[in-house]
Design a protein around this ligand. Sequence first.
Ligand code: SF4
Length: 475
Amino acid sequence: MKAKLGSVSEGCGVIGLRTRSGNAAHLINQGLYALQHRGQESCGMFVHDGKELKGHKAIGMVAETFDDRILTRLSGKAGIGHVRYSTTPGTSILEAQPFLCKMDGKSFALAFNGTISNFVEKRRALKSSGYRFSTRTDTEVLAFSIAEAYGETGDYFEALGRCMDALDGSFSLVLITENGELYGAKDRLGFKPLCIGSDETRGLYVVASESAAVDVLGAQTIGEVKPGEVVKLSKGGVERRVERVSRRHAMCMFEYVYFARPDSVINGICVYDARYRLGRNLAKSWPMEADMVIPVPDSGRTAASGYAQELGLPLIEGLMKNRYVWRTFIMPRQEVRDLSVRLKLNPVKSAIKGKEIVLVDDTIVRGTTMRRIVRLLRSGGAKRVYVGISCPPVVSSCYMGIDFPTGRELIASRKSVEEIRRYVRADRLAYQTLEGLVDGIGVPKSELCLACLTGEYPLEKTADLSSLEKELARK
Ligand code: SF4
């Protein structure tokens, strides 16, 4: 599990699979382990046992939620699973996913990754059509929107296509119906990853947030669900239909910079390779003379290797992490975060004493964590600390599935680079350039979402971002 000491959070991981054997639940459980870094507040799964949907959800991690007894009770050939970090209000079991939606004798279970940016307006409209809500989440808005569209069309491909038209924001989802039909879909702009995997010999077909989850199942990744595409996993294989086409796409650049596992491949690009190139590009634009490069573990490690390699500097693990402390950013309360930062890192004094150090990380969010790390290195005897950040400054909130602090809390939204340097007490500080970022990721700029760096949101005009911001602030 990777560690992050700032306060930026992913908003979930999903998996859906169909297998010839009756052990879908055990496979989903394995897949959820591989996605645990995407959310640690709650998790759950729903499986179709040949007759009906059965599910189990709990607050907590995958290892705490499922045991062999539960997984055996959930026997079946198809199912979906979810790990959650909330981006909209509510962290109770009610808000845990998958969400079971019942409608006129029919039902489906839904799990998704993303944020429906116009969910406040859509909830109002659905309420006036008679839908009764039990949570304040966008998950329920998405579920009722699908139910409404399915009621009109009787077809999940078209229902999901209609939701792509009506809902702004991001969703990469998996859905299983009361008769065991299993779908995956991605919004028209394709913000969040969702890949497809298979192992024909076992009749195994998978959709998952990351290819690392396909790998752990011993299956092969065969591609990415396209923006605007709906896929159906059946006994015979994967049926794919692009339901809606968009003039532009907007893959979240942060998946490559930080969120996804380095061993995952998104849109054909290995995340590790992208991070390594980001480190090299940072070194090209900001070549420092120093004794060593130290990564902030674990988030800065791959970019630090690229930086060190480009300049021929030694890469030293000068900060040791206590692996038994949970990821700080995933813990919602500030005081818990503060406590865990102190618990989490310790400098290796003999390695850093009297040295000039380039410290590499992927982002500075509020600046408080970086300030503590610089202080740690100095207290360990470092002579100079130069901070290099492999992503450009984050200046705007995210309304598409990532739990960033709001605008003013982002240090780069109100301070210049020089002011940030002084705040974190570094001797030098530099960020990646936007060009270096796009080049390092290897995806054309027009295909990426860069909104938290530029303030230019690729959303349709239907989302009222001030209502959304108020609603997100309730969390
Ligand atoms: S605003 Fe930033 S974090 Fe949010 S989807 Fe866009 S690139 Fe990703």
